[in-house]
Ligand binder design. Structure first.
Ligand SMILES: O=P(O)(O)OC[C@H]1O[C@](O)(CO)[C@@H](O)[C@@H]1O
Length: 530
C-alpha cells in the first residue's frame, strides 16, 4: 500500500516537536484544573464500552497531530483493505478476516460458509449440553487455540452450563494434563483437540497422551468423545477424529475464538449467548469501520499507544481488570498484542528505527494492588495503566462490589494526583519510624503523580459486552501495527525455537552435543545426569 511509514510523515516530525515542549509543560492535575470540560471531551461511548481517556498525557494538539498521523499513514485505507479481504498478511499471502466470523448472516465475505460452520458447531454444542452423560470438556490447544476460550469462560461464568466442568490443557509439560486426567472418567469426557494447523507439537503430544489414556481406561467410541477444531481436517481424520469443525487460513490463531476454536465457549454458554458474543464484537467492528477517526475508540487507543511508545518511550502497559472473571485477560492480550506487534521490520523488510509492541501485563484488581502497584505509583518507570471496571456485578453478595469499584477509581486517581513531600510531611503515618528525620521520611512517602491511565467501563460483563471489548482490543492492535507499518498477522519469531527444540529432543536421549554451544551442551549433560 502506497502510504509512508509513520516516521517518514510530516505529522511525525510535528509530533516530535510537540513532544519536546509537552514533556516539560504538561501536567494532568493542571490540565483538569484549567479545563472543566476535559472529561467530557476525552471520554466516549463506543458499543458496550465507555472509555475515559482524560487521565492520559495528551493535549488537544497531541490528539490532533496523532489523528493527522493516522491519516498520513493511510490508516483508513489499511483498515478498509483488511475488512474487504485483501491479503494484508503479505508475508503469508493471506487475508485477515476474523471480522467476517461475526458478521450477521448474509453480510461480509464468505458469509454462507461462515454461517454453515457456525450453525453446525452450535447445533453440536447444544447436543453436548443436552447429552447428560458428558460432564467434562477438555480443550487441548495452545496459544490462540487455548487462550481465547480459556479467557472467556471465567469472564462469563454466570452464563456457563452448571452441569459441565471445563478444563484447558496447553503445556507439553505433563503436569498440565496429568492432574486433569486424574479427575476424569472416559465415558463422561469430551476432548476437543484445537489446533489451526493440527501440527503443533504441544497439542499433538497432549492429544496423543489423552487418546492413550482414554483407551487405557477402557474408553470406547472415540468418535463420540473426541472432536477437533482445525483448518487441517485431513490430519484430524488421520488422528481418528470424525467430528471436526473447520475454519480457514484467514483466521489468525490469536483472532480465532470467534471461529470453530470457540467450540468450548459455545458448549459452555449455548448457542444464544455465543451468538451474542459475536454480535457484540460485530457492533465494535462497525464502530471501527465507520465511526470518524476522532470518535473511533480503537483508533484513539491505538494512537495513544503510539504516542506513549514512540514519543514518551514507555515500554510497557499494565492491564488491571477490576473483575475477577477477567483474570486471564492480560494473558490473552499478551498474545494478541505482543505476537501481533512484536516485530522489528516494516512491510518491506526494513529495520524499524523505533519501538513497537509494549510489554503487556497485569492482574485483576485488587490483587495486583497488593503486589506490584507500589512500582506503578513510586517506581522510576512510568507505566500507563488500563483499568477495566464493570458497573453491575453478576453475583449477589452484598457490599463487595462497591469496595471493588472504589478501589479501581482510587487507583487511577492516586496515580494522577500523587502526593507532594509537603503533604507527606503534614501527615502522621501510623507505621512510620519515630526516629527518622521527618523530611527524609516525607521523601519516601511522596508520590510523583501525573501518571497516566485509561478507564474502560462496562455496564455488565455479558457475552455481548465481552465480545465488544475483545474486538476493541483487536482493532486497537491493528491501529498501532498499521501506523508502525509492520505485519501484525504473522509470527515468524516463534519458528526458530520450535526448530531448535526439534533438534534437541533426540539429543536428550543420545547425549550428542556436536554443534551445540558450550552452555546448551553443559545443561544437556546435567539434565542427562552426567
Ligand atoms: O492452533 P495451532 O496451529 O496449534 O497454533 C497454536 C499457536 O501457535 C502459534 O502459531 C505460535 O507458535 C500461535 O500463533 C498459535 O495461536
Amino acid at each position: 500500500m502506497d502510504f509512508p511509514r509513520c516516521d517518514r510523515t510530516a505529522a511525525w516530525s510535528a509530533l516530535s516537536a510537540h513532544f519536546r515542549q509537552h514533556r516539560h509543560g504538561f501536567d494532568l492535575r493542571e490540565a483538569f484544573a484549567q479545563d472543566p470540560g476535559r472529561f467530557g471531551r476525552l471520554s466516549l461511548q463506543a458499543p458496550e464500552v465507555f472509555a475515559d481517556l482524560s487521565k492520559n498525557l495528551v493535549e488537544e494538539r497531541t490528539l490532533a497531530l496523532l489523528l493527522e498521523l493516522a491519516r498520513q499513514c493511510g490508516l483508513e485505507a489499511r483498515r478498509d483493505a483488511m475488512l474487504a479481504g485483501a491479503p494484508v498478511n503479505h508475508t503469508e499471502g493471506r487475508a485477515v478476516l476474523h471480522t467476517a466470523l461475526r458478521a450477521p448472516r448474509g453480510e461480509g465475505p464468505f458469509s454462507d460458509e461462515v454461517h454453515a460452520t457456525l450453525d453446525a458447531m452450535l447445533a453440536y454444542a447444544e447436543q453436548v449440553r443436552a447429552d447428560g452423560r458428558i460432564r467434562h470438556v477438555v480443550n487441548i490447544g495452545i496459544g490462540g487455540s487455548d487462550l481465547g476460550p480459556q479467557m472467556v469462560l471465567p469472564a462469563l461464568d454466570a452464563f456457563v452450563h452448571a452441569g459441565l466442568d471445563f478444563h484447558f490443557v496447553s503445556n507439553v509439560d505433563g503436569h498440565d494434563l496429568a492432574p486433569v486426567l486424574r479427575r476424569l472418567r472416559p465415558e463422561e469426557t469430551l476432548f476437543i483437540v484445537a489446533s489451526k494447523t493440527f501440527t503443533t507439537q504441544e497439542t499433538m503430544a497432549n492429544a496423543e497422551a489423552a487418546k492413550a489414556w482414554f483407551l487405557a481406561q477402557g474408553g470406547t467410541d472415540l468418535a463420540r468423545h473426541f472432536a477437533a477444531t482445525t483448518t487441517n481436517v485431513r490430519a484430524a481424520a488421520e488422528f481418528g477424529i470424525s467430528t471436526t469443525f473447520g475454519f480457514r487460513d484467514w483466521v489468525g490463531g490469536r483472532y480465532s475464538l470467534w471461529s470453530a476454536i470457540g467450540l468450548p465457549i459455545a458448549i459452555a454458554l449455548g448457542a444464544e449467548h455465543f451468538r451474542a458474543l459475536l454480535a457484540g464484537a460485530h457492533a465494535m467492528d462497525r464502530h471501527f469501520a465507520s465511526e470518524s477517526l476522532e470518535r473511533n475508540l480503537p483508533v484513539l487507543l491505538g494512537l495513544i499507544d503510539v504516542w506513549y511508545r514512540n514519543f514518551h518511550g514507555f515500554t510497557s502497559r499494565s492491564v488491571a481488570p477490576y473483575h475477577q472473571g477477567l483474570k486471564r485477560l492480560p494473558a490473552y492480550l499478551q498474545q494478541l498484542e505482543m505476537e501481533s506487534n512484536g516485530k522489528r521490520v516494516d512491510g518491506d523488510g526494513e529495520l524499524l528505527p523505533f519501538g513497537t509492541s509494549p510489554v503487556v501485563w497485569g492482574e485483576p484488581g485488587t490483587t495486583g494492588q497488593h503486589a506490584y502497584f507500589q512500582m506503578l505509583h513510586q517506581g522510576t518507570d512510568v507505566i500507563p495503566v488500563e483499568f477495566i471496571l464493570v458497573k453491575e456485578p453478576t453475583h449477589a453478595l452484598p457490599g463487595l462490589h462497591e469496595k471493588l469499584l472504589a478501589n479501581g477509581l482510587a487507583q487511577s486517581r492516586a496515580l494522577m494526583i500523587g502526593k507532594t513531600a509537603r503533604q507527606a510531611l503534614q501527615e502522621k503515618a501510623p507505621t512510620a519510624s519515630e526516629t527518622l528525620d521527618a523530611r527524609v521520611l516525607a521523601q519516601h512517602r511522596t508520590f510523583p503523580g501525573n501518571r497516566p491511565s485509561t478507564t474502560l467501563l462496562l455496564e455488565r460483563l455479558t457475552p455481548s459486552a465481552l465480545g465488544a471489548l475483545i474486538a476493541l482490543y483487536e482493532h486497537r492492535v491493528f491501529t498501532s501495527g498499521a501506523l508502525w507499518g509492520l505485519n501484525s498477522f504473522d509470527q515468524w519469531g516463534v519458528e526458530l525455537g520450535k526448530a531448535l527444540a526439534g533438534d534437541l529432543l533426540p539429543r536428550l536421549g543420545t547425549g550428542e552435543t556436536a554443534g551445540l554451544d558450550a552452555s546448551t551442551a553443559g545443561l544437556l549433560a546435567r539434565l542427562r545426569g552426567r
